[in-house]
Every structure is written in structure tokens, then in C-alpha cells.
Ligand binder design. Structure first.
Ligand code: ADP
Length: 439
């Protein structure tokens, strides 16, 4: 207890004692001390009750002005309660301001934000939630979001925990020509924040870029075929002194043709929906065929083929062939002639792997994370000199992503490299449960 408070209480107790003493004295003079004390006690109680009544009125808000209570303890209580209530009001105003600012900011965001509880019921959403998803206030509060967004792909994505780690791209429930990307962020206490972005414009620009590259590549194809054709005919009939020049022109025309073909492949892959085509790809016979082609390449490598699994994969034959072929071409391109190149198809845990292992120069570890970027080369001059376009591994990565797989690279400088296409269990199939292989 602080000193001033002790003094105040002492003074109050002294006052009460004085009042009771005065009552006792008056009682004694009037011949009944008991009545005198009782009257004094009653007066103290009435005083207390009056003060409490005024305090109650003030605190519960029926009286606006601060009550003028007699007694230093009561004045102190009124002052402290007043101070605390002013502080509380100030805090509430600040909190309201923060909430208002948060609401304004969240409503200014073009993405839809929807908070969901553990059982995926809607707790809150911003204005974009109404605009992009058609949610309405207050009707949709506490509704399961799956009752309002009934797209089966959305329901599957939202209710399967492993699926919702990846963003989901869907047509808008309000305008089918618009595309939305859904992301789910986990908050504290099992709540979630659904973030939905309209990517229609970004998608349109991306499509324009892809169309542009595809059109340019397409337009270049015919003149290049003509140039390459003439250069081929000049092969047997070269003008004197032009041998070297014709050779160089032919090699550059080949490079440009490869580049155009890779650009067209890339544009086609980027435009394709992942997992749309799901034919059975007979990987064991595909690998055997690629092995024969690699041996017939005449590059002087020892090509070893190890097919230890009968599994095939569900996917697009043409694309799987391109992916495997690109890895083999790289091994033939970069590994020293005479060294061994091993092609392997085998099971590992639940997955199947197609590996191309070479005894080539290897790749420094610092380059590995960037290898699948378009036009990224470890040694640009060597790549160009050997006919590389810089798009081979980007194409491989794209194809594998579309097949639910991944590319793994292990490499050691001076020892060699191993590139592996890894396919998960849900992409594997045995021949008896397979559909017709596409040619
Ligand atoms: P490129 O057409 O230039 O070969 P890729 O995308 O296929 O383009 O490969 C990217 C780069 O990775 C290559 O330029 C090369 O430097 C390196 N690389 C790819 N495969 C191998 C390999 N088997 N051995 C050594 N380096 C390789």
C-alpha cells in the first residue's frame, strides 16, 4: 500500500471512529449509549450507500459527469476509475483505427483473402472475395467454403492436405473465361487463409509471348530448310576455295534449325495442360531403342544399357522420348569419346528412375542449381561448338514436371555426371494395366 493511500484510509477510519464516538457520547448524554452508537453507524452506512450509488450510476454510464463524492478515499477512487476509463477509451479508439486501417488495406488488395476455420468454414473475407468468388456478406459467414465453391477440382485440392501445398489454377466460378490461382496459407490455431489471384491478364501476356516465339520460330523454319537444302546440294559441288565456308554455313544452318525446333518444342510444352494426355509409355522398349540409336550415333562411346524394371509410365510418348533423348545427346556431346555412357531404368523405393551416367568432364557444384534455366550453359563456347542450343535441360525439366516427375543431377568435376528422370509411383503402370502406346 502506498503512503498516501495509507494516510487516506487512516483519515477515513479516524472519521468513522469519530462519528461513532460522537454518537456514543450523544447517546450517553441522552441516557442510551447503544442507540447513540447505532445511529452513528447507520449514518456512516447511509453515507457509504449514497457514495456507492453515485459511483455505480457513474460507472454504468447513467450519470455522465464525474460524481463529487465526499471523503478523500472516495475522491481518490473516482479519480483512479476516471483515469483508467479514459486510458481504456483511448486504447479502444486506437484499436478501432487499426481495425479500420486493416479493413481498408485488405479491401484495397486486388486478391481475394478468405479466412477459414479448422473445418473450412468462412470466418472473414475482403471485398475482392465478393468480386472474384461471389461471396456475400453476411450470408456466407460460417458457411463451409466447399458449399459455395463447388468445383470438384477445388474440393479435392482443399480437402487433401498434400495437394493444397501446390497452388491450384482454375476457371473463375463467376466468369469462366477468367483464370484464378488459389493458394492456402496455414495460420495459427488450425485456421487458414485462402488467397485467390486473378491471373487472366498475366496469362494473356504469357500466351502472347509464347505465341510470338512460336510464330517467329515457325516463320524461320521454311527459309532455314531452303538454305540447309541448298547447302547440302553444294556439298558435292563446292566452288573452289569455298569448302570451309560451305562447311561452316551448313553447320550454322544446322544449329539454327536445332534452335528453332527446340523453341517450338518449348512453346508447345508451355501451352500444354499438365497431365492431360495419359497414354502408356513402354519405357523398357523405349530405353532399348534409344540405346541402339546411341550406339549407332558413331561418336565412339561405349553405350551400356541396363533395364531392370518392367514398369512403364503414364504420359506422352513423344515428350518422354524427347526428355530421355536430350539427356543422351548431352552425354554423347560432352563426354570424352571412348568413355562409357550407361543408360539405366530401375526401381528405387516407390519410384522409377531413368539415369544417364557418363564419364565426362563433370559440372562444378555451383552451376547445378541453374542448369535447367533456358540458355544457361556451364561453358557457352564448348556448348555452341558441340551444337548445343542451351534449351535441352529446360525442355527435360518441363516435360518431367508435366509428368509429375523431377530431374536429379549428380556430378563431379573430372569424374562424370549422372542425370536422372524420377517418376513417382502414381505415374507408373505395368503393361497388362496399360492402354495403347501412342506412336
Ligand atoms: P546445351 O544445348 O547447351 O547442351 P542443355 O540445357 O542441354 O544445353 O545443358 C545446359 C548445360 O549443361 C550445357 O551447356 C553443359 O554446359 C551442361 N551439361 C549438360 N549435360 C552435361 C553433361 N552430361 N556433362 C557435362 N555438362 C553437361
Amino acid at each position: 500500500m502506498s503512503r498516501s493511500r495509507t494516510t487516506r484510509w487512516r483519515r477515513t477510519l479516524a472519521l468513522w471512529t469519530l462519528a461513532i464516538g460522537a454518537g456514543a457520547l450523544a447517546g450517553l448524554l441522552l441516557g442510551n449509549i447503544g442507540w447513540g452508537v447505532a445511529t452513528a453507524l447507520f449514518a456512516v452506512l447511509v453515507h457509504l450507500a449514497l457514495n456507492l450509488y453515485q459511483l455505480d450510476r457513474w460507472i454504468t454510464g447513467s450519470g455522465d459527469d464525474q460524481p463529487n463524492l465526499s471523503g478523500s478515499v472516495w475522491q481518490e477512487i473516482v479519480m483512479r476509475v476516471g483515469k483508467r476509463s479514459r486510458k481504456h477509451r483511448k486504447r479502444r479508439r486506437a484499436l478501432n483505427r487499426v481495425i479500420r486501417e486493416f479493413h481498408d488495406a485488405s479491401n484495397a488488395i486486388p486478391d481475394a483473402l478468405v479466412t477459414l476455420d479448422k473445418s473450412l468454414q468462412i470466418l472473414w473475407f475482403n471485398d475482392a472475395g465478393c468480386k472474384l468468388l461471389g461471396l456475400t456478406r453476411p450470408n456466407d459467414y460460417y458457411q463451409p467454403i466447399t458449399n459455395l465453391l463447388r468445383n470438384p477440382a477445388f474440393q479435392r485440392w482443399l480437402t487433401r492436405e498434400h495437394k493444397r501445398k501446390e497452388p491450384l489454377r482454375l476457371a473463375s466460378p463467376l466468369e469462366s473465361e477468367r483464370t484464378l490461382v488459389f493458394r492456402l496459407v496455414t495460420l495459427d490455431h488450425g485456421q487458414h487463409m485462402l488467397v485467390v489471384r486473378d491471373v487472366t491478364e498475366a496469362q494473356r501476356l504469357d500466351q502472347m509471348r509464347r505465341d510470338f516465339v512460336a510464330n517467329v520460330s515457325h516463320e524461320l523454319r521454311t527459309p532455314l530448310t531452303v538454305i540447309a537444302g541448298y547447302l547440302e546440294t553444294m556439298d558435292s559441288d563446292r566452288p573452289a576455295g569455298w569448302e570451309g565456308a560451305v562447311e561452316q554455313m551448313a553447320s550454322q544452318a544446322r544449329r539454327m534449325t536445332d534452335l528453332v525446333e527446340d523453341l517450338l518444342t518449348m512453346a508447345r510444352l508451355e501451352g500444354a495442360e499438365p497431365g492431360r494426355e495419359a497414354d502408356h509409355v513402354d519405357v523398357p522398349s523405349l530405353v532399348a531403342g534409344l540405346c541402339e540409336e546411341a550406339r549407332a550415333h558413331g561418336s565412339g562411346h561405349q553405350v551400356v544399357c541396363e533395364v531392370d524394371s518392367g514398369y512403364g509410365i503414364l504420359g506422352t510418348y513423344k515428350d518422354v522420348r524427347i526428355a530421355f533423348g536430350n539427356l543422351i545427346v548431352n552425354a554423347l556431346r560432352y563426354a570424352t569419346p571412348g568413355s562409357t555412357i550407361t543408360l539405366r531404368w530401375h526401381e528405387n523405393d516407390d519410384e522409377c528412375r531413368f539415369e544417364v551416367q557418363d564419364e565426362g568432364p563433370g559440372i562444378p557444384a555451383s552451376h547445378l542449381p541453374r542448369l535447367t534455366e533456358r540458355f544457361y550453359r556451364v561453358d557457352a563456347d564448348r556448348s555452341r561448338a558441340r551444337g548445343g542450343t542451351g534449351l535441352g535441360l529446360a525442355i527435360v525439366k518441363h516435360i518431367l514436371t508435366q509428368h509429375g516427375g523431377r530431374l536429379e543431377v549428380e556430378s563431379e568435376v573430372g569424374v562424370g555426371s549422372c542425370f536422372a528422370c524420377v517418376f513417382p509411383a502414381d505415374r507408373l503402370a505395368y503393361p497388362e494395366s496399360q492402354e495403347q502406346r501412342s506412336a
